[in-house]
Design a protein around this ligand. Structure first.
Ligand SMILES: Nc1ncnc2c1ncn2[C@@H]1O[C@H](COP(=O)(O)OP(=O)(O)O)[C@@H](O)[C@H]1O
Ligand SMILES: [Mg+2]
Length: 255
């Protein structure tokens, strides 16, 4: 399980992000970026953050530590900004906390990631269908001169159709990945070797361990899969099916 902390103060919303995350202080004296359960796309985004963030960590990609953060009513009640107050009120209970990296700046190429890191990030995004890593919106931070991956909430978007359509590992396995705007596209030449190096790390056991960090109450039923345990197994089925078909989704180096 992820560490569980209590939010103690809402500091400021991060309005540059699409989903209006906020900087929040917590009972462990830490500062976190809170990703709200009540934001537009709901709980599935939090599941994607934990699963893909957990995979990143296992692949050697730096990514901030995660916690489960309880948001009490007292904090929502005294927020002055109306838009933020609505979001806080819709997010009472458990949310995701992402360790805040003070002084980090958005990746802009001025401190390029080394090839192995860049290729690993591109590979993970292609595997998990994460389209949110473009030059316009890199979702990579530079902190202490190194590259940190954040914001994996848009990956695994197939799960948004699960309430109405049964999960299809075959369909996901066959789906190509458009890397034409990806910030690490220059490292695409290294992808075949990167696939050899990283795919053995993405096992059913690894996925199960990472998903054990997701609270049951964040895991919504899918058509044909009612319980959190069944749904966790479907995430593994999806990723393992795709892992076996790199010819379908592994981006090619631009000519
Ligand atoms: N852990 C963090 N440390 C420092 N800044 C962060 C962190 N997480 C996010 N940010 C900043 O907040 C912005 C929005 O966060 P992000 O997770 O990308 O949310 P969104 O889903 O709204 O895009 C990021 O682009 C980044 O500038
Ligand atoms: Mg973002």
């Amino acid at each position: 399980m992820l560490p569980h902390v209590q939010a103690t103060r809402f500091v400021v919303p991060l309005k540059e992000g699409g989903s209006l995350p906020g900087v929040v202080e917590a009972s462990d004296d830490g500062t976190y970026v809170m990703k709200f359960r009540g934001a537009g796309q709901g709980l599935k985004v939090l599941v994607a953050e934990v699963l893909v963030g957990g995979l990143a960590r296992r692949l050697g990609i730096r990514t901030p530590d995660l916690v489960v953060m309880d948001l009490p009513e007292s904090i929502a009640k005294y927020e002055a900004d109306e838009e933020v107050q609505d979001l806080l009120t819709a997010s009472l209970g458990t949310n995701l906390g992402v360790d805040f990296l003070p002084g980090a700046f958005d990746y802009n190429g001025s401190r390029p990631a080394p090839e192995d890191e860049g290729a690993a990030i591109l590979w993970l995004d292609a595997l998990t269908a994460n389209i949110d890593r473009t030059w316009r919106n890199p979702n990579l931070l530079v902190w202490h001169r190194t590259t940190w991956a954040i914001d994996h909430g848009a990956s695994l978007y197939f799960h948004h159709s699960w309430p109405s359509k049964a999960p299809s590992p075959e369909r996901f396995a066959a789906q190509r990945f458009d890397a034409s705007d990806h910030v690490m596209l220059e490292h695409a030449v290294a992808l075949p070797a990167t696939h050899e190096r990283l795919s053995p790390l993405v096992t059913r056991e690894a996925i199960a361990e990472i998903l054990a960090d997701v609270p049951d109450e964040w895991i919504e039923p899918a058509v044909g899969h009612a319980t959190p345990a069944e749904v966790r197994a479907v995430y593994a089925d999806m990723l393992l099916a795709r892992l076996a078909t790199p010819e379908a989704w592994l981006p090619e180096a631009p000519r």
